[in-house]
Design a protein around this ligand. Structure first.
Ligand code: SAH
Length: 350
């Protein structure tokens, strides 16, 4: 298979081109075509000689992230995209429009093997890791399709980014490189279910990205019931890794807590959660659970969610309820991709 040219960092690409006997400035031109002009073919790179373009085409591939479907919310302008990768795997991404700019939520894996009880993305298991270029490609395609600049990126789509560590870290380097889109690291958030060794590695990378930890349970026992990963890394360890991340990076950690009616939204849950978070300089984001067809979790009423939030606020916790975006377009995380998988199954059966 040809080499994945869009996954090389700037200096790595320089070395590649030197090996081909080219001058260093050529790397700058190629990098600009790939990461600024967002070109998807060597043929477009018209300031390179035909010979070099042919040489590149022989050695490298610009792997496609091809748009298949776009849904636009009538409620808030949120866009959902479904992309097809070179091997037929599908991933979804979301563009959210805020006053402070455009934010894109990307997928880091095709499928997921973490098995969280309420999540649609994990139902078919993990298909494969995405490469750095496939994570970037989602953002590049969205910029190309909409003609709008993306200023914020959240890695909260399908997949567990810290289960695809090297590609994820390379993606962050490329995304924030001054020769490319140059998105500010402070405008990037990565969400993890709590893979402790890789949270600790990430703390050492020297990045300024925000870490979001999916907590969802206020005790080890409660968390374990919703998130199988808690069998491997217990709550104490995960919280200690969050503390390390804050100490090393100075970045306040965000805790995510999906509210499930009658499961983790009771009085005692709020009390226990407050006790965990009070000593920490952090932010709590409550996500009323998005019902997933294959599961029978129920979202709390608006009133219950507000009560839960108020209890935490009274305990001095910095807390918000996540604003629901695009609720009219295929609901929760991973559902567009799942629906597609089902439609394909139906087609197969006919
Ligand atoms: N693997 C990463 C990213 C997952 S998606 C992680 O676990 O953090 C981002 C957030 O959405 C996570 O907190 C995840 O637990 C949550 N989530 C997934 N499915 C959900 C659903 N149906 N309703 C509410 N939140 C959900």
């Amino acid at each position: 298979m040809k080499k994945d040219i869009r996954s090389y960092g700037y200096t790595e690409l320089q070395k590649e081109l030197e090996h081909l006997g080219e001058k260093a400035f050529r790397a700058r031109q190629v990098y600009e075509w790939l990461h600024v002009k967002l070109s998807d073919s060597f043929a477009e790179m018209t300031n390179l000689s035909l010979k070099l373009r042919e040489k590149l085409d022989g050695e490298y591939e610009i792997f496609p992230v091809s748009p298949v479907e776009r849904q636009i919310s009538r409620l808030d302008g949120t866009n959902k995209f479904l992309f097809r990768l070179w091997d037929g795997n599908m991933v979804e991404s979301v563009l959210m429009r805020y006053k402070h700019g455009n934010s894109v939520c990307i997928s880091s894996q095709a499928g997921c093997r973490m098995g969280c009880a309420f999540c649609a993305s994990t139902i078919g298991g993990l298909k494969r890791n995405l490469t750095a270029s496939e994570m970037l490609g989602q953002i590049y395609q969205i910029q190309k399709i909409t003609g709008e600049r993306v200023s914020n990126v959240v890695v909260m789509g399908t997949g567990e980014p810290l289960d695809n560590y090297e590609n994820f870290v390379q993606f962050i380097r490329l995304l924030t490189d001054e020769h490319g889109l140059h998105i500010s690291q402070r405008n990037v958030t990565v969400s993890t279910c709590g893979i402790v060794p890789n949270m600790l590695r990430l703390a050492e990378e020297g990045f300024q990205i925000t870490l979001a930890l999916s907590l969802h349970g206020s005790t080890q026992e409660k968390r374990r019931k919703l998130m199988p990963v808690a069998n491997k890394y217990d709550l104490e360890e995960v919280l200690a890794a969050c503390d390390t991340y804050f100490e090393k990076t100075g970045r306040r950690v965000t805790f995510e807590y999906s509210l499930v009616h009658g499961v983790n939204d009771r009085e005692e849950d709020a009390r226990e959660l407050a006790a965990i978070l009070r000593p920490r300089n952090c932010h709590l984001n409550l996500i009323p659970v998005n019902p997933v067809k294959e599961r029978d979790f129920v979202r709390p009423s608006r009133e219950n969610a507000l009560n839960f939030k108020n209890k935490l606020e009274k305990s001095g916790i910095n807390v918000t309820i996540r604003r629901e975006m695009g609720s009219d377009i295929d609901g929760a995380c991973g559902q567009l991709r799942r629906r597609y998988a089902e439609e394909e199954k139906i087609v197969d059966e006919i």
